[in-house]
Write a protein that binds this ligand. Structure first.
Ligand code: SF4
Ligand code: SF4
Length: 306
């Protein structure tokens, strides 16, 4: 009997195992969790970025989402919002725990899926698309805001994934996409843009809504967004500028200009502001801010009532 047989022999009902794992994730603070269809992921993800490229014997991809910042954060000025960064580390902690949970309960290999960039392809190409995992697992749908995933109940979430050799029944993608919201369709009909498109400070979002009020096209200028929101990309440009300066004064200006000094500050404190969004597209998004359980205050009231 091989290792796989031992694991299978100690098994269980796959549906019960799935429930236990998803319950673990929800119990640790995930708002939503699901299992993505592995065949779909293997078909859609490009070579080198398929789940089997990370875990050759993978049988299931579990995706979970956690809520973003507190409700009060949506009202802070942009310069403070940049520091709110995100809550994705919470999602990573839960997925780490879930991988250990699977290995200890089912004696089957599991991993926390690294959310990081592909070290052979640079800082804009992730090893895996956590977004694709979440979309296929049915816990978010692509929005007009650069394909950020939105959920009709929880709004805007941060995602993490777990891979395992445990064979779990998959969920389906969401049947309805909450984006565009009715108020966004109305605005689009009037001015030709949705709130996220209108208020993006670098105008990197555009697209079309069809007659039925559904997404028809979405364009996202990733480079323009990255320039303002992925500030780690500014660091090499700044160093190149300092190295190319003609004299000491030019070097000093490049390195010690107050804007540039902020980058050193953010690096020294490990600020999420170096790799956060600028959040303006989500600040004006009715789904991100007003979905029934997007607001942590409303979530806690709903929990208390339940
Ligand atoms: S994060 Fe900022 S720059 Fe990027 S799409 Fe949203 S509003 Fe635009
Ligand atoms: S503001 Fe939100 S719901 Fe409206 S179009 Fe943009 S992403 Fe979609």
């Amino acid at each position: 009997m091989g290792d796989d047989d031992v694991a299978n022999a100690t098994e269980f009902d796959a549906r019960e195992a799935k429930k236990a794992i998803l319950d673990y994730c929800l119990g640790k603070g995930a708002l939503a969790a699901g299992v993505a269809d592995l065949d779909a992921l293997e078909r859609i993800a490009p070579p080198g970025h398929r789940p089997s490229d990370i875990m050759p014997k993978v049988k299931s991809v579990i995706s979970l989402g956690v809520g973003g910042q507190t409700q009060g954060a949506w009202a802070v000025p942009a310069k403070a919002m940049g520091y709110f960064g995100s809550t994705e580390t919470r999602a990573y902690t839960i997925s780490y725990g879930a991988a250990f949970f699977i290995e200890s309960k089912y004696q089957t290999p599991a991993i926390y899926c690294p959310p990081d960039m592909d070290n052979e392809k640079g800082p804009r190409v992730p090893l895996q698309s956590l977004k694709l995992h979440a979309e296929v697992a049915g816990i978010g749908a692509r929005s007009l805001a650069g394909d950020i995933l939105l959920h009709p109940e929880f709004g805007y979430m941060y995602f993490a994934s777990i891979f395992t050799e445990l064979d779990l029944p998959p969920d389906r993608p969401m049947a309805q996409n909450p984006c565009p919201a009715p108020s966004c369709v109305s605005m689009y009909r009037q001015i030709g843009r949705t709130p996220c498109q209108k208020f993006c400070p670098v105008q990197c979002l555009s697209g079309k809504i069809d007659e039925a009020g559904k997404q028809a096209e979405m364009h996202y200028d990733m480079a323009a967004c990255a320039e303002i929101s992925q500030q780690y990309e500014a660091v090499p440009a700044l160093l190149a500028e300092a190295m190319a300066a003609e004299d000491a004064q030019g070097r000093e200006e490049a390195l010690f200009d107050p804007d540039n000094k902020m980058l050193w500050y953010k690096m020294s404190v490990g600020s999420g502001g170096l790799l956060a969004q600028c959040f303006e597209c989500m600040r004006v998004c009715p789904i991100a801010t007003k979905a029934p359980l997007a607001d942590p205050i409303r979530r806690s009231k709903a929990k208390a009532e339940a």
